[in-house]
Design a protein around this ligand. Structure first.
Ligand SMILES: *Cc1c(COP(=O)(O)O)cnc(C)c1O
Length: 485
């Protein structure tokens, strides 16, 4: 049976269902599999033609024992999760430009138009499945930079086993993103807009982490997390790397590059996991905006907390890429003692400097770059003008700009897949402003679901960061009392 341990080494190994239901490990660490399973050559060759749900089934079967989710149930959960996508293939691949070397992998065809839907729908369905079996309920509390919240809200809507509490920094996400949460008519979804978050969603993450460390409260409220610290999300995020690989290479076995707009490192960790399982990846390009915590680590081995910079790619305005700890755990050869020392040092001083051997391990197969707002907006404009009106959202533009910057350092002709993490209609003001002055938003920058959400009432709950902890506990307590009545 595959077991999960904590990166901090402070708990006995648990099974998949435990890891997924609890979110964080009880010692404050992140769950990781004891060992990463390897794909055999025969399996790897035989998966090339599978559909996305079929491929997900094969990969997830390596991480979830049949005794926890039997094969037919797993298949059904996957089919359900991807039936809400508006592309029949779930993920679309769009070659850009003439040489066919750059390929956009569209991960935004889910119900809330960002890549978060790819893993969130399945995670929530799995939680619901496990909870129903145990006759339990769960309250999910999560902080969002704008895309996780809507994805969690939509996936949770109407689930009898789940209450969903997305917290978002008010004024720092788009109105479209806010409305995806506040116009959802579901009595189990309770978004809260939080004012005065100087560090954006990181301020909210801090409060969420605080709530989780209060064991009494965690028990009482049955709290769990679906932020990308949840193992299930991370493992699902390895599937699209395999899927994109098979659609892009000329021959199975060829190497390929991926460019990923990165914030919390959840998506890239999925890539790392895929490579560790055996996917032939040449380089991962870690694309940051001005919040360049990851670029600083990859280029200098320093993990330091800096002030938040507001950019036009808001979903990756993240100060602490918390999934990096997971990656680091494997880079040290699963040395949880080392990790504990670093994590504590980071908590106390906001900075860790890695030794030379660790830095070499970190840099293996990764390159990084910081993309300015100017480059992001120029990339949107240039792509629109030279690629038949293909409209990028600001995050995908960060990935493409990074790929363009580093292309010449990569082997000639080797393909680069750029992960398209959001639909441009989620960021209409920014996106349109990048085009020629006076240009109306073209149709490819609109989406019916958002147009509908713009016309209906919002259910708004607002509070100040200062009072959030109290206000949230109060709201949750009241809600559970009302349910009990
Ligand atoms: C969440 C998100 C990202 C970043 O993913 P991480 O896993 O946090 O690195 C990039 N783009 C968009 C649009 C997102 O919503």
């Amino acid at each position: 049976m595959i077991k999960y341990v904590s990166t901090r080494g402070g708990i006995p190994p648990v099974a998949f269902d435990e890891a997924v239901l609890s979110g964080f490990a009880a010692d404050g660490g992140l769950f990781v599999p004891e060992t990463i399973p390897k794909v055999t050559q025969a399996q790897f060759q035989s998966w090339a033609e599978l559909s996305y749900p079929e491929l997900a089934f094969e990969i997830l079967s390596m991480f979830i024992d049949r005794s926890i989710i039997p094969a037919t149930d797993l298949k059904n959960l996957l089919d359900d999760s991807y039936s809400t996508f508006d592309s029949p293939s779930v993920i679309d691949m769009v070659p850009l430009g003439e040489d066919g070397r750059t390929i956009i992998m569209e991960l935004f065809h889910g119900p809330t138009l960002s890549f978060k839907d790819v893993a969130m729908g399945f995670l929530i369905n799995v939680l619901d499945y496990l909870l129903e079996k145990r006759n339990q309920r769960l309250s999910i509390v999560l902080a969002t930079t704008g895309d996780t919240g809507p994805a969690a809200a939509w996936a949770s809507a109407g689930k009898k086993t789940i209450d969903c509490w997305p917290l978002y920094p008010r004024g720092m996400i788009t109105e479209e993103q806010e409305r995806q949460m506040t116009t959802l008519n579901a009595s189990n979804v309770h978004p809260i807009g939080v004012d005065n978050c100087e560090d954006g969603a990181d301020d909210l993450d801090f409060i969420v982490a605080k709530l989780f460390s209060d064991h009494e409260l965690k028990e009482k409220m049955n709290l769990s997390s679906v932020n990308s610290i949840n193992w299930c999300r991370v493992v699902v995020q390895s599937v699209h790397y395999f899927y994109g690989y098979y659609r892009a290479v000329e021959q199975v076995g060829d190497k390929i590059n991926f460019s990923v707009p990165s914030g919390a490192f959840g998506n890239l960790f999925g890539g790392y996991l895929a490579r560790s399982m055996g996917l032939p990846v040449n380089k991962f390009i870690c694309a940051n905006n001005a919040n360049q915590a990851l670029h600083t680590i990859f280029s200098s081995g320093v993990f330091a907390k800096k002030d938040l910079v507001q950019t036009i790619s808001t979903a990756i305005d993240i100060v602490v890429p918390y999934n990096f700890w997971r990656f680091l755990y494997y880079c040290t050869g699963s040395d949880s003692e080392k990790l504990k020392v670093w994590q504590d040092e980071f908590k106390n001083s906001g900075k860790v400097e890695f030794d030379a051997a660790t830095l070499t391990a970190i840099q293996n197969g990764f390159v990084s770059v910081t993309v300015s707002d100017y480059e992001t907006s120029k990339t949107i404009k240039d792509t629109f003008e030279t690629c038949d009106g293909y409209l990028l959202d600001p995050h995908t533009a960060v990935a493409l700009a990074a790929a363009n910057t580093l292309k010449n350092t990569l082997p000639k002709k080797m393909k680069v897949i750029c992960l398209a993490t959001a639909h441009p209609a989620k960021f209409p003001e920014t996106t349109r402003a990048c085009l020629e002055a006076g240009t109306e938003m073209p149709n490819q920058g609109k989406h019916v679901s958002l147009e509908r959400a713009s016309k209906v009432c919002q259910h708004l709950r607002i509070c100040d960061l200062e009072n959030l902890e109290f206000a949230l506990i109060e709201a949750m307590t009241t809600h559970s009392k009302m349910q009990a009545d």
